[in-house]
Design a protein around this ligand. Structure first.
Ligand SMILES: [Zn+2]
Length: 360
């Protein structure tokens, strides 16, 4: 067998492939394709496949093909595989591949050399020889790859424990749902404008480097005006998840056991420490607080500087523009920051000027 690299849509996969002159096609396992996001396309015609000896095998029929970038050592190509149900292998390089690239195989030394004219012209970067791997060793390595991928997927999962056998476990509304739904494990009425803590009967451990947050479900927010409060859960909290729900509506919410009340978000965090400094890095925004963002662009839009917006410099060096508010029917002086001032100035002269010329 030989080690190959395949480029899935999300990641590069290294796997050992079988070189088999008895295979009439180059094959890739369909389960392997879906597991590693290797894109497959529907074949124009459905075909039965035959291995050496002409016996139809259970690996077919072939309905899909996969065209995937493949490396063998420094030999790179776009390989086309027939997608089949392979019982013992992930990838089989059969006769088509062997014919196309005419590798020289030294079975004794376990060396595969691709040095055909086609390969030296099209496929190769450097040395054309790669080492073959004994089948047992190769299959064990492949299992290890699969195990480590499965393990890393498992490490990213949320562990859920039922505290009450009747509790409903989290479920995803759809495959791409941002978070799985969280269910109430009690009947509780939340009065209009009231707040209640609702039990879920489960506890969780989120993956390392993440924390969990209870977030509203849009359906509950729209239909029942239910909002969630205090949703952040520390990752080392292993007690029961309880949702603090506010009924913002004017009608009581008759909560039932098993209601999908909220959703559970798993979010990445940086576990950062704090330390004291004398100064903080300057920013454009500076100390402007609530409601200060999202207004500066509008200022520039409304200037129409030629008409009535003109610069104004007060003794305390606060700069502003005169602005007419159509809604309120009045003219006011609004302060602008230095970058807005420069933007207006360069606009006024209809050309870009050096900063040194603009800064007073
Ligand atoms: Zn080649």
């Amino acid at each position: 067998m030989v080690m190959i690299g395949l480029q899935g849509t999300t990641r590069q996969i290294t796997i050992n492939a079988m070189i088999d002159s008895g295979a009439t096609e180059d094959f890739i396992d369909n389960g392997f394709c879906s597991k590693y996001n290797i894109r497959t396309t529907q074949a124009k015609t459905i075909r039965e496949v035959y291995l050496a000896g002409g016996r139809p095998r259970t690996i077919g029929p072939i309905t899909h093909t996969a065209k995937v970038p493949m490396d063998i050592g420094t030999h790179t190509e776009f390989a086309i595989f027939q997608v089949a149900k392979l019982p013992n292998h992930e990838v089989i390089l059969g006769m088509p591949w062997l014919k196309q690239h005419s590798p020289r195989i030294d079975w004794g030394k376990g060396k595969i050399t691709v040095e055909s004219e086609r390969c030296t012209t099209w496929c190769l970067k450097e040395s054309p020889t790669v080492s073959a791997i004994p089948e047992d060793e190769a299959r064990e390595e492949n299992l290890k790859v699969e195990f480590s991928v499965a393990q890393s997927k498992k490490d990213q999962q949320v562990k859920v424990k039922k505290l009450d056998p009747q509790a409903k476990i989290l479920t995803r509304g759809s495959a791409q749902a941002a978070g799985p739904d969280l269910y109430a494990n009690e009947c509780k009425t939340i009065q209009a404008r009231g707040q209640e803590v609702v039990q879920t009967g489960i506890s969780i451990t989120p993956p390392r480097g993440t924390y969990s947050r209870i977030a509203p479900r849009s359906g509950m927010a729209v239909t029942h005006q239910l909002a969630v409060n205090a949703g952040v859960m520390d990752s080392d909290y292993t007690g029961e998840i309880k949702a603090v729900l506010d009924n913002m509506g004017n009608q009581d919410y008759q909560g039932k056991n098993g209601d999908g009340i909220e959703q559970l978000m798993t979010e990445k965090i940086v576990e950062s420490d704090c330390y004291e400094v004398r100064t903080l890095k300057k920013t454009n925004r500076g100390q402007q607080g609530f409601g200060s963002t999202g207004t500066s662009k509008a200022q520039i839009c409304e200037i129409s500087a030629r008409a009535f917006g003109k610069f104004y410099r007060r003794p305390d060096t606060t700069t502003g523009i005169l602005k007419y508010s159509k809604k309120e029917g009045r003219i006011s002086l609004e302060s602008v920051n230095i970058s807005t001032e420069l933007a207006i100035k360069s606009g006024k002269y209809q050309k870009q000027r050096k900063l040194e010329e603009l800064v007073p």
